[in-house]
Design a protein around this ligand. Sequence first.
Ligand SMILES: [Zn+2]
Length: 106
Amino acid sequence: MPECASCSAPVQPKWKFCVYCGEPTSADASRPAPLVTPRTNPVAILALILAAIGGAPALIFGHVAMRQIKETGERGLLIARISTVLGYIWLVVWGIVLYSLLTNGQ
Ligand SMILES: [Zn+2]
């Protein structure tokens, strides 16, 4: 297991930051430690907006947001989950609407 260069604590390879001292553990980690200042994932917010206006693509954005949140430790996992569920519901609703429009004309 790799060690933190700053405090020598054992760190997971997937961690971008040391959870003990907040120092970046990889060269590409240039943002502040997510445990100190977690921000809400912008894709999750976009998914929620889409879900609120009846957009089925919310489920795609919700999935992307959940994956990003698991990687970055950002806030918004609940928002992403709700948006994904709403996206699936909208997909079913629009499917029913489209089906009834196509079948009622005959
Ligand atoms: Zn450390």
